[in-house]
Design a binder for this molecule. Structure first.
Ligand code: OFO
Length: 170
């Protein structure tokens, strides 16, 4: 059974994952409008992944006798500056999510809720991967600089970084 404190903290994370999904969806749409097919596919897939993260939390909260709440979400921006700015925003966003997951782990230990602690380890590993991926993409963008043909190749290459092939066909 979840304590009220853990239930509230997990529900806060549900909102964060849902908002992450919305932010990446907005990035996908923005990139699609600019004609960058690869980047938009990557962002659509990433948005779906965040929704999966949210669903996983919802199931866990309900399974453990809590009530997962679906709340109002903050509207994401509609434009993201340059690609570099957009991927920097993505990286900063993931760092914020990692911090939030770490805080949750901390609360689970304070509450001696080892089942939740165990459940959260999946998110801890996921955040390591997501931060590394975002850093890797930023490095590539920095290498490209202002080279237009470099961006064309990057748009094509990024398709290989889509983790779930099912979602890549969006
Ligand atoms: Fe991109 O992170 Fe969810 O957890």
């Amino acid at each position: 059974m979840l304590s009220k404190k853990i239930e509230a903290a997990l529900n806060k994370q549900v909102t964060i994952e849902a908002e992450s999904s919305q932010v990446y969806l907005a990035m996908a749409s923005w990139a699609e409008n600019l004609g960058f097919e690869g980047v938009s596919q990557f962002m659509y897939a990433h948005s779906d992944e965040e929704r999966e993260h949210m669903l996983k939390l919802i199931k866990f909260i309900n399974e453990r006798g809590g009530h997962a709440k679906v709340s109002q979400l903050a509207a994401p921006p509609t434009a993201f500056g340059s690609f570099k700015d957009m991927f920097q925003t993505l990286f900063d966003h993931e760092v914020m999510v990692s911090k939030s997951i770490n805080d949750l782990v901390d609360i689970s230990l304070q509450e001696k809720d080892y089942a939740t602690h165990n459940f959260l380890q999946w998110y801890v590993s996921e955040q390591i991967e997501e931060e590394a991926l975002a850093r890797n993409i930023l490095d590539k963008i920095n290498l490209i600089g202002d080279d237009k043909s470099g961006f064309y190749l990057f748009d094509n290459d990024i398709k290989q970084l889509i983790t779930n092939p099912k979602e890549a066909s969006i």
